[in-house]
Structure formats: C-alpha cells, structure tokens
Write a protein of this length. Structure first.
Lengths: 337, 337
DNA sequence: TTGTATGCGTTATCAA
DNA sequence: TTGATAACGCATACAA
C-alpha cells in the first residue's frame, strides 16, 4: 500500500508536507506542492480513510437504516438521503432491517463499531427504544424517519398519518361507501396507530360506527403467509365495500388475496392505501393512494442530521418536520352513490 | 469514548488481556475473563472498528454498486447479496450509480479510500473499464454482475441475455407476430448487445427480416425525457405489432407512451421485456417477461467475492456463472395467429 | 515554508 | 497466563 511516507521519500520532503498538500492546509511553496502532486499521481496514491478516521475521530460516513428495501417508499427516500448526503460530502451506508427487531439490533452494533458520524433511522417500532437509547448513550447523532418512538426525544421527519388516513376514508365515504374496513401495520408502530386514529376519525365525523372486527392488524412488511389475513376477510360478514390499507405493501397483498378469491377490485371491493407505488403507478394508474413525499423524507432528514452533526456541542432544540400526504385519486374505488 | 485501556484499568489487567478476551485468542484464566467481561458490560464498551481495521489491514466491509436503486431487479439482487454477506460475517455498503459514469467514478473513489475488502459491481457499461482497472491496480477484489466489460478478466455472474431475448421473440412469433420492434439499452452495455443479438437470432431463425429502423437504443435507466422515444414510434411505418423491451424500466416507459397516444396494450400493441417487476407483478400479472433470477445474482456473486477474498494470494481461475432467464407468460401479448 | 514528535485504538510479537 | 512495546497511516502541536 502506498502511504504518505512513500510519497515523501520519493519527493524528498517530509510526510507532513505531503499531508499538507493532500488537505490543503498550511503554507506550501508552489514548487513542492507540484512535485508532491506529481509523485502522488505516479504512485496512484489513495488516502487511507481508516487511518484518517482514527486520528480525526470522524468517518464522514453516515448510515441509513430502512425497514423494507423492496418498498418504493423507502428506495425513493433512500435516493433523497443519498443526494443530500453527497451534497455535503458525506458517504452513505444503507441497512435493511426487514421490520425485524433482531436485524435492527445487528445494524445498531454495526453502526456503533463502524463509528459512523450519524444515523437516519426508520425504526421497526416502539420496541426500538433500547436501540435508540444505545445510540444516544454512545453520542451518535440520529434522526428518526416516518415513525415516532415514545420515550426518546430527537429530530424527526414524519408524515401526517392521521390526516392522510382520514382523507382516504372521507374519499371513500364521498363515493358512497358506508362499510369500510382497515388492514394495518402493527400497533407498536406510531404511524400505524395514527392511521388507525385517522380511520376512526373519518368514520366518526360521518356518523359511521366503528367496529373492530373490521380492523385487522399485521405487519407493514412483506408477509410470507397470508392465511391469517384470509381468515379475517372470511370473518367479516357482511363484507365491507371498501378497505383502507395502512401502506402500499398491505394493499398489494390484500388485492392479491381478493382476486384469488374472485373478488374483483374495484368491481366488488374498493381499495385505497398509504404510500404510492413508484414507477408502477405510471403504467397502471390504478390504486388511489395517500402519497407521501418519500424523497423529501430522506432529503430533509439528511439535512437535519448533517446540521445536527455540524452543530455538535451546541444544544439546538429538537426539530420535528411533518409532511402532508397527497391524495391521488385513481381507479381502485367504485362510485356507489 | 471507552477504550480497552479504560477496561484494563478498571479490571486491573493489561490492555492486551482485554484484547484477548474480546477476540477469544490466547489462553486466559476464567477468572480474569469473567472480570474483564463484567467491566466491559458496565462501561458499555464497543470495539473501535476503525482502529482494528488499521492494524488488521481489513475492514470486513464489502461494497455493492448497482445502477438503479428503483429497479426491483437490483433491489432483489441487493437482498441476495446482503444475505450472503451477513452469513459470512461481512457488512455491506450500497451505492447507486444511476447508470452514470461520473457517479460510478465517485463511488470507486469512495471504495478505494474506505479500504473495503471487496466489491460487487454492476458496471455502467464498457466505459467502466478504467474504474475496474483502478480497483485491480489497488488490489481490491471484485466480482462483476449482470454486465461484462471487454478488457478485464474477472469473476462474473451473468444472465443468459441472448437466449432470453431469442425466446421472447420466438414467443411473439408463436403467437403470430411478424413485425417485432425492439427498444434497448445502450450498445456500450454487454447485456444490451446480447439482447439485440438474441432478438436478431430469433428473427433470422424464423426467416423474418431485420430492419434497424425498428430498433431504438437508449438508456436502461429512468428517462426524464421521452420525446426521442416518441419520435421513434412515430417514425415506424407501419407500426410493429409487438415490441421487445431490453429491460423492465424500458417496458414501463414504452407502455406509458403508447397508452398516452391511445395505443392500447395488448389490444393494439404487444409488449414483452427482460426482468420481472417484483411485487407489482403479483397484483397485476400483466407483463410477459424473461425473468432473471435477481436474488441469485446477488447471492452467488457475493459468495464468489468472499471466496476470492479468503483465497487471496492463491490464484484461482476466474469464474463465470451464467444464469438462465425464465419466460413467464402473462397477458401483454395478443394472440394474432 | 518545512520538519519532528506524538497519539488516535487496536493487535502481533516477543518476553516474562 | 499475562504484559510491554511496536506498528498500522495519518494529522495536530510545536519547533525550526
């Protein structure tokens, strides 16, 4: 491996001078600078970030932990985070927890040992609290994305889940639906709780009864077994005329299930959901959704994180950004007025 | 920051003993081991991977460079790579080049300075050669994914592009199509070239003429301007009855364009493409595709990479894995026999 | 403008 | 079974 000492020897200067050329610090004569640069080229020198990190006590490495790499909401978010990180000269590491606390725990260990400068976390849920406390204890700045975790105060970017869910319900009601079910993520996740509340609010505002048999709670992530969901659908009697899905993944799963049972969407069942489907929505503009500004989640979250890192020491108050969801009306709801 | 010296002091041993406990090396009495472990717990000790990397000359960090993070082919591939890396105790960094040589170049720099132990690369195309040469020059083991680059010998996982494309064409022909166009990625990408050849082979085997006006070459990545593609479609006179798309992204773009112009798929135009659409295909099993085994690309590529790293020094011959594509017949082709 | 000494946190080597 | 010392590659403080 070529080191600054190799450069120094060949250029007849000290290692310190080489370091100064690399970092553009201190005063250096143009002649030696040119000479050092030439030797660096010749030897294909690449600075060793590991050594640099050790002495500088910073890695210029940031980490983004998402819960589902197959979900366009998170990949779009990742692009936003990537762009913002790059703009500020940080590199970005990704991790994918699969909505799984153990995998999340592994990543927290990785994050701690790798000494990254900061973390963007979409937590698996409320039980993620000890993970976040661990980050806090080790002075790793972090920003939460999409989900709040009771017990921890921090910077956070959220979507307006309650409002979005309420609007989805009211859209259904406006088109004549009176029997509306909901399939949702785990109630240990703040966004799922808020979406349920929004659903309830929507019903109440329109004098419709809330019936918990019409609500099914499962995971936001890809399910490998749909039999429970199937049983829930069988249990509902009569069937609702519409279903609100807590996110896009659930919407896809419900639709697949319904179609397999010969229940056409939207002919026999209307479906709406949270989060858009990325590029798919363009070829098949089918699902009516409450689209969140995924890219902004990543971009703004990353900006907050970097600001937090750079203002280290000073005690900025915690910031909370709430992004509205846009109702995009397409064809998955039947007008039955 | 808590270091092994803090542990050592509090446990009344030397730093070396602490290091031995951490790494399970050497002989240590059960008593001191227990004592050291207790102190480590008390102090919330986390090993500093940066320091460790510096002395061990390895980071246990691997890198996966993909060209389109929004494409389910690559996210599925990423999951395969992640699983395989984890199984062997490596951590994984992701990068997204956006089919863009400059971004790819930036990531190569990142890879070099971060001193990762190895890289999985889906190269942007033939012009990626200098990037790969740079990796080779700095002794960074790498495995190519999905695309060959003339001029570099290395381990590689490929799909059988030529065969897959030929089968797509023959499927169309079997359903009566005689006028078949192709929209493809850049000819500076090996897979695009092979898919074009497969297309040509399919025509020739069935005594159909090849007409280059029916072939349009653009980028495999998301296009921000579809006017050129639109002009190509307008130029074709008469319109073909079917189009083969070089990948899933192109298929989506063509379909959107056609539908905007009132050309229904598959009523007025049949479409097939390379690569499946991930979860979306499950709710809307529409596109007939040559599905590649995306997960296997990542998983097997990662295995090869890790083997290459572990057999460092010994000179294994380069390996080449070619994965077949599965023809999945759905509803995007009209039978006009 | 340039160089020397020192330390970042860890592990390998050798000695006790 | 344990410990002292040097080294990994670089940057900071201070000296020249």
């Amino acid at each position: 491996m070529v080191t600054i000492y190799d450069i120094a020897a060949k250029a007849n200067v000290s290692a310190m001078t080489v370091s100064r050329v690399i970092n553009n610090t201190g005063k250096i004569s143009e002649k030696t600078r040119a000479k050092v640069k030439r030797v660096m080229e010749e030897l294909n020198y690449v600075p060793n970030q590991t050594a640099r990190s050790l002495v500088l006590q910073q890695t210029k490495l940031l980490f983004l932990l998402i819960t589902d790499i197959m979900n366009p909401f998170y990949t779009t978010l990742a692009r936003g985070a990537e762009d913002a990180a790059k703009k500020s000269g940080y590199r970005l590491l990704f991790g994918n927890s699969d909505e799984n606390l153990e995998k999340e725990s592994d990543y927290i260990t990785t994050i701690l040992t790798a000494r990254v400068d900061g973390v963007l976390v979409a937590p698996a849920g409320d039980p993620s609290l000890p993970h976040l406390e661990s980050l806090r204890r080790h002075n790793v700045p972090f920003v939460l994305l999409d989900r709040e975790v009771p017990g921890i105060a921090c910077d956070i970017v959220l979507g307006d889940s309650k409002d979005g869910a309420r609007r989805l319900v009211e859209h259904l009601i406006a088109l004549g639906h009176r029997s509306i079910a909901m399939v949702n993520g785990s109630s240990s996740i703040s966004s799922a709780r808020l979406r349920l509340q929004g659903y309830q609010d929507g019903l109440k505002l329109n004098d419709l009864p809330y019936d918990e048999r019409y609500v099914y709670e499962t995971s936001f992530g890809p399910l490998n077994d749909l039999t429970e969901m199937e049983q829930w659908i069988e249990r509902m009697d009569p069937l609702p005329t519409a279903i609100v899905a807590g996110n896009n993944v659930l919407a896809i799963e419900v639709m697949r299930l319904l179609r397999d049972r010969g229940i056409g969407v939207p002919e026999h069942m209307s479906i709406v959901c949270f989060d858009d489907l990325g590029p798919y929505s363009e070829i098949e503009p089918f699902l009516t959704v409450a689209a969140q500004q995924a890219y902004q989640f990543g971009y703004m979250g990353m900006q907050m994180l970097i600001e937090r890192i750079q203002e280290r020491g000073t005690s900025l108050p915690w910031k909370k950004i709430v992004l509205p969801a846009d109702l995009i009306i397409r064809r998955s709801v039947k007008d039955i007025t």
